[in-house]
Ligand binder design. Structure first.
Ligand SMILES: [Zn+2]
Length: 169
């Protein structure tokens, strides 16, 4: 490394010089955000593939995490859902349009994976649970695992909530 001063407030400062001052951190955060925005689709696709390949291990890890942080997670997701209700419904509509048949076939197969954990089956749905159901950053199987409900129940609830905001699914 040279004797040049660290260029604070830059991603170079953050990555190359490992500086963690406010300016360098802010530059790095802004960079990451721009990157995510520019590569939204590719990132979603990569995550989807990863989840498909590692579904059960992820579900188990998530289940442990959510059990330890249940309140905070539900609260965060509830706020997110409230703030993005329409956009979520729209995303859901185009998602189903594109992949309806595969989703249904896969749901049938995977429902079996959620049955043993479904200790909250048939219990009334809470607003916090609805927020998890409508969180499309989660797969339905993850939502089922978090909520201790069957995959089928989560799917039914999603359809019901979408219908409530005028989305056919
Ligand atoms: Zn710095």
């Amino acid at each position: 490394m040279s004797d040049k001063p660290i260029p604070h407030g830059t991603t170079t400062g953050y990555s190359r010089y490992k500086c963690r001052c406010e300016g360098c951190k802010a530059a790095y955060v802004a960079y990451k955000r721009r990157y995510r925005e520019a590569n939204r689709e590719a990132i979603a696709e990569r995550d989807r593939r990863y989840r498909e390949a590692n579904g059960e291990a992820i579900a188990e890890r998530d289940r442990r995490y959510y059990e330890a942080n249940r309140e905070a997670v539900l609260e965060r997701r509830h706020r997110y859902y409230e703030a993005n209700r329409e956009a979520i419904a729209e995303r859901m509509r185009s998602y189903h349009k594109a992949a309806g048949d595969q989703i249904n076939a896969r749901s049938q197969r995977r429902n079996a994976l959620t049955r043993d954990n479904a200790t909250r089956a048939w219990m009334p749905w809470t607003a916090e649970e609805d927020a998890v159901v409508m969180d499309y950053d989660l797969t339905t199987i993850e939502a089922a695992s978090i909520l201790k409900r069957t995959l089928k129940a989560v799917n039914r609830r999603r359809h019901f909530l979408n219908a409530a905001v005028g989305v056919a699914s």
